[in-house]
Structure formats: structure tokens, C-alpha cells
Write a protein that binds this ligand. Structure first.
Ligand code: NAD
Length: 423
């Protein structure tokens, strides 16, 4: 194994978490493990400078990235994050998790991810559009419907995807809807995409709950992050009869012993931009979120939230990772010892990339499916994925995460091995 000169080696970085997860699966891969170094090296990492003319005429520079971690099984696939803390190392980890996720779901993609180190809330709509367009032009060298297909992530949305699609299309001289997914439906987007990730968390969560003998209709749920993923997951559990007793976002932690009124909270969040002032719940200390009584926990905010210390305190039975990388490796060990089951991010939150795959297929064929068809196919793929991983975990006597990595790495490394090295 050779270390990369451009990583910090910080033990708690997302990239370190990913590497630790890979190490755990290696003993289970047999001879394919000989190819494992390919997983420790991103295939391609592009850093771009984005000069942006601000509305007041001044010019500011922003740093952007596109990383293609592995393309052995198909074109790169992965979101674009606009966040002030984005770093190359974080984008590398997120791209690597996309490699694992696409393979775990058996989608014909490799893994990629992009981002800009920016707080989009500080920009005007026009500045955001110029930033997005220049970023797209700069990474235009490496993206394309057959090369690498971006999508939304934290801080980006369907409008930003529309600007990306338009910019890339202008540069190549023809409309190419398939260059990004997560677009508005009238621009080649797919029905069901907006709710797909939350739906996947819910579908895999219900399957796992049934395996553990948890009756979802009688269960209590806590959700961290009330954005695209967290709010939809909460909505679906609420609609199923579960009590969503706690919700946390960047601004506040809310608690209601009888269950929050999730449609009302969603409407409040959309109207006010956060849940902080929502009146029909108790506001509790943020750290108290981890020690409350509930059966199911859904971390759906950012990485590194479940530390070993928090894992010691949790009283839940099941964790559904809506976010990417919310659990640190030493916390995974604590959870395993304590018998708390984790449906890992690479399975639980794969609903989004699955419907992105449907969108890409629909754009190629210019033939669009009904929402019912999409949800039916999505549910089937998600249930198949959790069942496969559940059986693998039982066969290997390991966690669902390591089992998901085993399924995925066997597919990635078999592809790598059979393709061979060029030249
Ligand atoms: P989003 O921007 O819509 O929402 C993020 C939420 O997290 C917000 O409610 C925000 O207030 C909250 N948050 C931010 N910092 C927090 C903190 N320190 N403590 C508590 N809450 C905090 O983002 P999203 O699209 O819902 O993505 C959330 C996670 O899910 C990310 O890890 C993302 O990579 C992952 N994910 C998203 C998708 C997708 O389709 N959107 C797909 C797969 C994975």
C-alpha cells in the first residue's frame, strides 16, 4: 500500500473512515484482495479555480473539485456538494463511497463526487448561477453522459443541475440531458427523484426492522438532518404510523414524546428555512438527542456524527444511515458489541442514485416512466439489495456494513481484474 501525498492522514477524516472500512473487508475477499490497492487510490482528482464576479463588481476565487474514484464498472456517478467545509479529501471519500454504493446496488456506474468550497447561502441567485456555470465549464473536461454524471448533494438542487446541463450542452453544441441527473422533470428529470433517497431509507429500514422484530407502526424514530433526505424519511415513517419523537437540524433539536406532526414541521421548515422556532415541540439540548429513548435512529445530516462516545449512549436498536459516512469506525465497533444494527449508507441512502440511474436511462431512450413504475422498480432494487447484504452478513458472521463492502468489492475488483491493466 502506498500513501497518497495529498491526504492529511487525519484519523477522523472521511477518507480515513473509508480506508478503515476497506481494511475490514480485505480478509474476506480471497485472491481478489490482491487488487485492493485500486480502492485506496482515486483514479482521477481535478482541482479547479473558479473566479467569480460578484454583483458589486469585485472578483472572488473559489476552489472546486471533481474526483473520479473508480471507473471499472462504468461511468462515474456522484453528487456535487456546495459547502464551506468541502475539501479534496472529503470529496475523495464521498467519491469512494459512491464506488461502493453503485457496486453494492449493482448499478452500472463507478464512483465520483464533486464540490465547491462555498457557502451558497451567502451568494445571490445570479452569483450562484455564474459560480455553477464556471465550475461546470472547468470540470467539463472530465464529465459527460458516458464519462461521469453529476447529481445534487448537500447545498445543490434541481436548479443547479439545470444550469450544469445547460452549460455543458452549450459547450458541446447540443442539448445533452444525460450529463447530470436530479434535473427538473420538464428538463429530462425523473419523477420520484426528489423523494427517492428518503424513500430508500424507509424501504430498507422497514425490511431491517421486520428482520429484527420491530413493529414500525409502533416504533419511535429520531432523525438528524431535516433536509431532502431527513424530512422525506421522517414523512414516510410518520405516514406509516411511527412516532417521530426527535428531529435535529443545524439550528435546533426538537422533541415530542407523542411524535412530532411531520407534515406541519415540514411546512414550517420550508416557510422559515429551519426548524428552530417551530412551536409544537420541546426544544432540547443538542447533545440530548443521542440519549433519548427511541427504537430507530436516522442520521441524515453530515459525516462523523456517531462517535464512539455517542454510540455508548444510544438506546436504539436500529440505525439507518441516510447521510454518507455518519458513523466513525470505532463507533461501528461499539455498536456491534452493543447489538445495535446499522443499515450502512451505501445501502440505506442508495435510493437517490438508483433513481438517478433511471433518469439517465430515460434520458438516453427519451422515453419516460410513470412515478408508480419508478417507485415500484426502486422498492424492488432496494429490497433486493438489503436482502442480499443481510444474507451475506449472516454467512460471513459480520456487520451489514462489512457485508455490503464484501458484495461491492467483489464486483469492483472482479471487473478490475478482468479488464486488466492498460497498457
Ligand atoms: P440537505 O442540505 O437537504 O439537508 C441537510 C440537513 O442537515 C439540513 O436539515 C441541515 O440543517 C442539517 N444539518 C447540517 N449540519 C448539521 C449539524 N451539524 N447538526 C444537525 N443537523 C445538521 O442535504 P441532503 O440532501 O438531505 O443530504 C443529507 C446527507 O445525505 C448528506 O450526507 C448527503 O451526502 C446524503 N445523501 C443525500 C442524497 C440526496 O439524494 N440528497 C443521496 C444520498 C446521500
Amino acid at each position: 500500500m502506498s500513501a497518497l501525498s495529498y491526504v492529511t492522514g487525519d484519523r477522523h477524516s472521511a477518507w480515513s473512515t473509508y480506508l478503515a472500512q476497506v481494511e475490514r473487508v480485505l480478509p474476506l475477499l480471497g485472491d481478489l484482495g490482491d487488487w485492493a490497492d485500486t480502492l485506496r487510490h482515486p483514479k482521477r482528482a481535478l482541482i479547479v479555480d473558479i473566479p467569480l464576479e460578484m454583483d458589486d463588481g469585485s472578483v472572488r476565487h473559489f476552489e472546486g473539485y471533481r474526483v473520479q474514484h473508480n471507473l471499472s464498472r462504468g461511468p462515474g456517478k456522484g453528487g456535487v456538494r456546495f459547502h464551506p467545509n468541502v475539501t479534496l479529501e472529503e470529496v475523495m471519500a464521498l467519491s469512494a463511497w459512491m464506488t461502493i454504493k453503485c457496486a453494492a446496488l449493482n448499478l452500472p456506474f463507478g464512483g465520483a463526487k464533486g464540490g465547491i468550497r462555498v457557502d451558497p447561502a451567502t451568494l445571490s441567485q445570479k452569483e450562484l448561477e455564474r459560480l455553477t456555470r464556471r465550475y461546470t465549464s472547468e470540470i467539463g473536461l472530465v464529465i459527460g453522459p458516458q464519462q461521469d454524471i453529476p447529481a445534487p448533494d448537500v447545498g445543490t438542487n434541481a436548479q443547479i443541475m439545470a444550469w450544469m446541463m445547460d452549460t455543458w450542452s452549450m459547450n458541446v453544441g447540443a442539448t445533452a440531458t444525460g450529463v447530470v441527473t436530479g434535473k427538473p422533470v420538464h428538463l429530462g428529470g425523473s419523477l420520484g427523484r426528489v423523494k427517492a433517497t428518503g424513500r430508500g431509507v424507509f424501504v430498507t429500514g422497514c425490511r431491517a426492522a421486520a428482520m429484527l422484530g420491530i413493529d414500525v407502526t409502533q416504533s419511535r424514530v429520531a432523525v438528524q438532518g431535516f433536509g431532502n433526505v431527513g424530512s422525506v424519511t421522517a414523512e414516510l415513517f410518520h405516514a406509516q404510523g411511527a412516532k417521530v419523537v426527535a428531529v435535529q437540524d443545524h439550528s435546533a433539536t426538537l422533541y415530542h414524546a407523542e411524535g412530532l406532526d411531520i407534515p406541519a414541521l415540514t411546512a414550517w421548515q420550508q416557510a422559515h428555512g429551519s426548524i428552530a422556532e417551530y412551536p409544537d415541540a420541546d426544544r432540547i439540548a443538542d447533545e440530548h438527542f443521542w440519549t433519548l429513548e427511541y427504537e430507530i435512529l436516522v442520521p441524515a445530516a453530515l459525516e462523523g456524527q456517531i462517535t464512539a462516545a455517542r454510540a455508548e449512549q444510544l438506546a436504539c436498536q436500529l440505525i439507518l444511515e441516510g447521510a454518507n459516512g455518519p458513523t466513525l469506525p470505532d463507533a461501528d465497533d461499539v455498536l456491534q458489541q452493543r447489538g445495535i444494527v446499522v443499515v450502512p449508507d451505501v445501502i440505506a441512502n442508495a435510493g437517490g442514485v438508483t433513481v438517478s440511474y433511471f433518469e439517465w436511462v430515460q434520458d438516453f431512450s427519451s422515453f419516460f416512466w410513470s412515478e408508480e413504475e419508478i417507485n415500484q422498480r426502486l422498492d424492488g432494487i432496494m429490497q433486493g439489495a438489503i436482502d442480499t447484504v443481510w444474507q451475506k452478513a449472516a454467512a460471513l458472521d459480520t456487520t451489514l456494513r462489512t457485508a455490503a463492502y464484501a458484495v461491492a468489492c467483489e464486483r469492483i475488483l472482479s471487473a478490475r481484474k478482468d479488464r486488466g491493466l492498460y497498457p
